[in-house]
Design a protein around this ligand. Structure first.
Ligand code: GP9
Ligand code: MN
Length: 433
């Protein structure tokens, strides 16, 4: 009921981070690209195999003078994987403790999503992904999130001729080339979310992909091809970026690039140790392995590596501040990453967390700076107090987010500046487009 929303609103308002005057509205009215790198982890940035950079294009973008790159940014997905990343990035709501929020609640719930708010401010909103539209219930959920357009499998006939057994039958190079044609027709300003897929478990390769880059030699066959499909994704990204430059969109857009979640799961610890050149790995290393890149590029941004601790839940409030969209009364659980008072507590979906002081991973505690283990029962009083306070924040944030999603509480939250969406007005089929 609406009454349940009150304490949640109070909690969010008391934890909201005020915008940084240095960044507020500096990207107002610009196009926004949200470039979703499937299964792309932070360790790939500047990583080399036999002296060769796996991802030279993404490395260059990461170090570009106009890109702010976060190197303590974590994925916060649960079982919903890509769909959890999308739920966080488009709503600043967490996925669920189990299952997928898009699948369970995407069709029927009321949302006040980023795309919906942007479209009510004159933006055209579009999502691009080569899989079938029903995967993760996107075709229904996107209508609840206010996407004007959703370009899915039927819009990419060229890719169907590709090697079907690779990356969900979708080669990112073809997908991105064909997407460019659709992007060119979007009225500006637009919000375009582009979701790649070739770099997806179990990282099958075709001749082109395996000839372009050497596999690693851990002996674990799903791990060893990961750098090859990641390299292929990077090449595709590089081609897309050059198109953005020639089309002029590069300079009048904000370009977000992020990895949605880990590519190599915790079940491959031996192989991970070899990739990280360590004799053995601890839960501390596994926590670091949950980092994904998050980069914000705009021609008028002063770039640099930003060490702030944050995660996917924080992306939307950060975008709103950059675009100068007031968000002092939204039900969003994240904090603007560029705010000087951004709260550096990264909640993982299972209640673990990362802060600049302590990492909690699989129930074990570690000093973030040194990687040294912390035995909770032997810890100092102040350390115990810090851990307990952090845990209370994490649990409350996750619980309230779950309440909003499972209770569909946004249907009770009427804002004067937001019109409720009429879902039947949206139609994504090819013939009607
Ligand atoms: C499915 C693709 C991959 O359409 O986005 O999803 P994932 O398996 O990463 O959740
Ligand atoms: Mn994914």
């Amino acid at each position: 009921t609406a009454a349940e929303l009150k304490p949640i609103q109070k909690w969010i308002n008391s934890h909201r981070a005020p915008a940084n005057v240095k960044y507020y509205g500096v990207e107002k009215g610009k196009n926004v690209f949200v470039f979703h790198l499937e299964s792309f982890q932070q360790f790939l940035i500047d990583y080399k195999v036999n002296g060769k950079e796996v991802t030279p294009n993404l490395n260059a973008f990461y170090h570009d003078q106009h890109t702010i790159s976060f190197d303590n940014f974590y994925n916060q997905v649960g079982q919903g994987k890509t769909s959890d990343a999308e739920t966080m990035l488009d709503n600043s709501l967490f996925g669920l403790p189990s299952g997928s929020a898009m699948v369970k609640y995407g069709t029927s719930n009321t949302f006040q999503s980023g795309p919906a708010i942007l479209s009510q401010m004159g933006y055209t909103t579009a999502a691009f992904h080569g899989d079938v539209p029903s995967f993760w219930n996107r075709n229904n959920t996107y209508k609840s999130w206010g996407y004007d357009y959703f370009f899915s499998k039927d819009f990419y006939p060229n890719s169907l001729k590709a090697d079907y057994n690779v990356g969900y039958g979708m080669l990112d190079k073809i997908f991105l080339k064909d997407s460019a044609k659709y992007i060119q027709q979007l009225p500006q300003p637009f919000y375009a979310k582009i979701i790649t897929v070739t770099n997806h478990y179990p990282y099958e390769t075709n001749k082109e992909i395996s000839n372009q880059f050497p596999a690693t030699t851990t002996g674990d066959k799903t791990v060893d091809h990961y750098v090859q499909t990641a390299h292929y994704l990077d090449t595709a990204f590089g081609e897309f970026l050059s198109w953005l430059k020639t089309s002029g969109l590069y300079n009048n857009s904000v370009i977000y690039v992020y990895g949605d979640h880990y590519g190599i799961s915790e079940n491959h610890q031996q192989a991970i140790a070899q990739l990280l050149k360590k004799s053995e790995i601890t839960n501390y290393d596994l926590a670091q392995f949950q980092k994904v890149p998050f980069m914000v590029h705009a021609s008028n941004l002063q770039g640099g590596i930003n060490h702030t601790y944050g995660g996917e839940i924080d992306v939307l409030p950060t975008l709103f501040d950059l675009l100068g969209i007031p968000s002092n009364d939204t039900i969003q659980f994240g904090n603007d990453l560029l705010s000087t008072s951004h709260r550096q507590i990264v909640s993982f979906r299972n209640g673990d967390f990362a802060t600049p002081t302590v990492i909690k991973m699989n129930g074990t505690y570690w000093h973030t700076a040194t990687g040294k283990a912390i035995k909770y029962k032997d810890a100092s009083k102040s350390m115990k107090a810090y851990i307990d306070a952090t845990q209370r924040y994490v649990d409350q944030q996750l619980d309230y987010s779950d309440e909003v999603v499972t209770g569909d509480l946004l249907r009770f939250y009427h804002r004067s500046d937001f019109k409720t969406l009429v879902k039947k007005d949206y139609n994504y089929t090819l013939k009607d487009s």
